[in-house]
Design a protein around this ligand. Sequence first.
Ligand SMILES: Cc1ncc(COP(=O)(O)O)c(C=O)c1O
Length: 431
Amino acid sequence: MNDLINQEKEVDRTSKQYESHLGQAWIEVDLDMLATNVKNVKEYIGSRRMMAVLKGNGYGLGAIEIAKTALANGATDIGVASIAEGIELRNAGIAAPILVFNPLLKEQIGLLVTYDLTGTVFDMDTAREISKEASLQSKVAKVHIKIDTGLGRFGIFPEEAISFVKEIKELSNLNVEGIYTHFARAYQKKQSYTQDQFNKFMSVLAELAALGYDFKIKHAANSAAVVTLSETYLDMVRVGNLIYGIYPVETKEPVIEIRQIWSLKSKILHTRHVKKGTRVGYGSKYVTPTDRYLASIGVGWGDGLNLEPSFVTIRWRNLAKLILFKFLTHSWFAQHLEKKAWYTDILARVHEYSAEIQDIRVPIVGRPSMQNAVVDVTSLSKKPQAGDVVSFDARIVTISARLARLYIKDKQPYKVINLLGEYDLQVKELG
Ligand SMILES: Cc1ncc(COP(=O)(O)O)c(C=O)c1O
């Protein structure tokens, strides 16, 4: 089995041989778009450091490829949640500084030092352990102090920071390189809470500076603060959402141009004509209003298909959508307009969930299940068949690790990573 996998590591992309490694559903990640997003953020923040936040496996898209592209286009540092995420990147040859955000367990400290990862510290026991381990390995370990100014997860409270810094600075094998805080509500329109958090952080820094304590890297801003509060940039910003193409605040005119870098894709597995009155999906909630042409696809909520129904919260807008949806699916409309793409488009837009095929939005009908969903493709003039590709909205962080990742670079399929391995897509020489 391993031989088979190893033989196949280089795959001809021109013959689309790689498609067999994608399976029924996969995530397509556009590394060119990522590069542009990173460059645009970098240009916006100026000469300071920029940390690419890659926790949760690069927000679900695959940390290694994201790290390489981000670092090649302006990111200087990497942020991860856990030691394991940091080690994965070191093993892939990433030499940039890697800050581990989560509190450290005692048994992991050896690995932190061995792999030259930077630890987050806010209690003396952990700090002493790191210094002790670094001394055993004849190293000086880097750490950043975390101040909890209002997120309430972990970190030292501002009023305890001075005595903590005095004590930690005494440890011989520690380089207390940085100090930081994290915002709880920077994405909100009202900035008073974030401003308050930032003021607390700046007061701590001023008190420490007055006592002669300075830090090479002081940082606070996440993506939302990058967009809204430039005074929080300090020596480094930590950006996740922005580089993946998620604009972190609601505004009509984005100040940084970014684009979403991923899409969830699946092949149609089966199509069929069904009669009016056919029940679709668990709970039989959807009943076809007329004869329809339906396509089954191999992707569901268990894969990360975005299932945030717009109808759940009782808002006037949602209620209006629901009424419009019921009105449009009334059999008279369905019968007379079903072949019109604009009709399907409206239907898909007011429907709970939708997909895209042949550049047209079509509704997902019935309740999606763990790894299946059904799409109504009646309106498409070119009838889709098994094997055709459909795109969906996905919540990236929850995308299943089972799905293959297809990376696009220089506008070409470049690499597939799936559960069995990694495949470099090469253009094979003829002859
Ligand atoms: C400590 C820390 N900094 C920065 C970020 C990045 O946040 P965002 O994706 O909003 O930029 C995260 C993400 O959760 C984080 O935990």
